[in-house]
Write a new protein. Structure first.
Length: 202
């Protein structure tokens, strides 16, 4: 069976709370980063307006050149001169507008990513290793203990022995007041429960 949470209620509640808080934190700052990007990139409209103004100037020059081309006496060559003059006047607006638009969009993306990274990386750098370790421990313990082909008394003894060798004394004393006496007298149940609880099983 696929184990994703501990069987011990307190440990399971802690893991579920950490998962929910992490998803909520990631969602919150993803939305904030998106809003930051949208707000700053909205100012790029100024660049688009400036660029559009340059294009309008160029278009007006072409239209005026076409109109002057049909006039007698002055029409010859004036259309090309007018078109080039207006195009030259419009080019700076198009260039500056395009550069301003690109710069503001770049700033919007970088700032949004920076804010999201600053808020998420420290959290995830602590949460992900802890969660991965807990998950690996629970799954490995479940496979080793639940699928072991040994009798129940033998498994109780193995678990009790492992608890004495591995679990810190303060944690052992939460389960039994005399861990060594229990083991010596063959009272393995409390020590076995301590070992199971330490790996998220019951």
């Amino acid at each position: 069976m696929f184990k994703f949470y501990s069987e011990v209620p307190v440990a399971r509640l802690r893991e579920m709370a950490a998962d929910l808080l992490t998803w909520a934190w990631v969602a919150l700052w993803t939305v904030i980063g998106f809003r930051i990007h949208e707000t700053i990139s909205g100012f790029a409209e100024a660049g688009r307006v400036l660029k559009g103004g340059g294009q309008n100037i160029e278009s007006a020059g072409a239209q005026l050149g076409d109109a002057l081309a049909g006039l007698p006496l002055i029409g010859g060559g004036i259309d090309d001169l007018t078109t080039r003059t207006f195009a030259t006047a419009g080019e700076p607006f198009q260039y500056v507008g395009g550069e301003l638009e690109s710069l503001l969009i770049l700033i919007a993306r970088l700032l949004a990513l920076l804010v999201v990274a600053v808020m998420l990386v420290p959290w995830l750098s602590r949460y992900l290793p802890w969660r991965a370790t807990r998950l690996a421990i629970v799954r490995a313990a479940h496979r080793a203990i639940r699928r072991a082909d040994v009798s129940e008394p033998a498994m109780q003894r193995f678990l009790a022995q492992r608890a004495l060798y591995r679990i810190p004394y303060d944690e052992l004393l939460e389960h039994t007041s005399d861990p060594f006496g229990d083991f010596a007298e063959g009272r393995f149940d409390r020590l076995a429960r301590a070992e199971l609880a330490s790996v998220g099983l019951r």
